[in-house]
Design a protein around this ligand. Structure first.
Ligand code: EZ4
Ligand code: CO
Length: 405
């Protein structure tokens, strides 16, 4: 069964997605997600010019060898663009293998370790009151875990918040140039501690609470925040600090028992090896699309299992339903599962392009039993929503210095 053709589609059903379709000589095809938010066309060029020509004629069954050929075989390793291209090919090949076997991908990984995948929903608002009302809605819809993000008073916009103070960029369509935003750590501290204090008194102790710092703090500031939030018992604090220098997390870990999660921008196991093997984190949040596909996430998860680190894949809406499906199969199989981030696929045009067979009930998701990944892609519908250039925002401190967005 040879790889005969590989097509790359860029569509914008509300936001851009790069979708890869691998077709074999037997007429079986598989889908992969190669979306890198704000750098979509770079992945397209990587695939079209540098990856696809090398794959035509290869045996589509040799997923591992193709992964190694594209990773180990290439002198220029790692990096988001390269790894997203590898990831999309990898997902598509797992999809094909499942279709040929007549089995959903989780069966090929080792079968079910659980009946359903626990999700966490996003609650946000322009005030603490609004955020907690939104969280209560999620809880009454059956969610057992909720991420809380609330607008920081005194800042124009806050990451993760909809409405007038919105910076929930994933749901905002295209932004032809990067917006600039202001960040203030002291203003944020006042808000976030108050948010969780009120959250516990209003929501009680049974709901799991999470929060994304989005890498805005230094390691010692993260350590302090972790300590201040200890009374409110978070499931995890996400991206407390940048960990280009992985030993930064040693500082945070030494000071707080608040569980730590990181990994959505990571491209390989090497980016989180020290974090995991030193047990400086509790959850690894890699995404199949950005860290080399199902083959790579399986390897990262197995490595993490040795060190009591749980898989909690990234679930932002800039990962396509194909990536979400890959996560559903991994989450259903993986012994060391933590939780899956979930914001839903509410957009009509998106659902016109991607038909994904999975169900959500009472805050749990149930994997598709269809052979392969269980996602269909409508090429004609995709043509109706062409690519639009779009950027993530950039962030500055109040004195104008560039900061982490
Ligand atoms: O900012 O996916 O946990 N989710 C996140 C996301 C990321 C985006 C970046 O493209 O942090 O909202
Ligand atoms: Co995040």
């Amino acid at each position: 069964m040879k790889i005969e053709k590989i097509d790359v589609f860029v569509s914008c059903p509300g936001r851009n997605f790069v979708t890869v379709k691998v077709t074999t000589s037997d007429g079986v095809y598989g889908l992969g997600d190669a979306t890198v938010n704000g750098r979509e066309q770079a992945v397209v060029a990587m695939l079209q010019e540098h990856v696809i020509p090398c794959l035509i004629g290869r045996d589509a069954h040799n997923i591992e060898d193709i992964w190694q050929y594209l990773y180990r075989g290439v002198y220029w390793r790692r990096g988001p663009i390269n790894m997203a291209a590898i990831a999309a090919i990898d997902m598509a090949l797992w999809d094909i293998k499942g279709k040929v076997a007549g089995l959903p991908v989780y069966q090929l990984l080792g079968g079910k370790s659980r009946q359903g995948v626990t999700l966490y929903a996003h609650a946000n608002g322009e005030s603490i009151e609004q955020t907690l009302a939104n969280a209560e809605q999620h809880v009454s819809n059956g969610f057992k875990a909720v991420r809380l993000q609330s607008a920081v008073p005194g800042l124009e916009v806050t990451y993760g918040v909809l409405g007038d103070k919105k910076d929930y960029f994933e749901l905002q369509g295209s932004r032809p140039l990067p917006p600039e935003e202001t960040w203030s750590t002291p203003k944020y501290f006042d808000l976030v501690v108050e948010l969780f204090e009120q959250a516990r008194s209003r929501l009680g102790n049974q709901v799991q609470l999470l929060h994304d710092v989005h890498s805005r703090l230094t390691p010692i500031e993260s350590a302090r925040l972790g300590k201040l939030l200890e009374p409110y018992n978070l499931l995890f604090l996400e991206d407390a600090s940048i960990a280009e220098n992985q030993t930064a997390y040693k500082t945070i870990r030494q000071h707080t028992t608040t569980p730590l999660a990181i990994g959505e921008t990571y491209n390989t196991l090497w980016d989180c090896k020290d974090l995991i093997q030193n047990q400086w984190i509790d959850y690894i949040r890699v995404a199949a699309t950005h860290a080399g596909g199902i083959t790579a996430l399986k390897r990262i998860a197995d490595f993490a299992s040795v060190f009591n680190v749980q898989l909690a894949p990234h679930g932002a809406p800039d990962l396509s339903p194909v990536c979400f499906a890959a996560h559903m199969h991994l989450n259903t199989w993986v012994p060391n599962f933590g939780i899956q981030e979930f914001v839903g696929f509410g957009n009509e045009s998106l659902r016109e392009i991607f038909q994904h067979e999975f169900t959500v009930q009472n805050g749990m998701a149930y994997v598709s039993e269809a052979p392969g990944l269980g996602v269909e892609f409508d090429e004609q519908a995709a043509l109706k929503y062409p690519y639009k250039r779009s950027y993530l925002p950039v962030s500055r401190l109040e004195d104008g210095s560039m900061w982490h967005w």
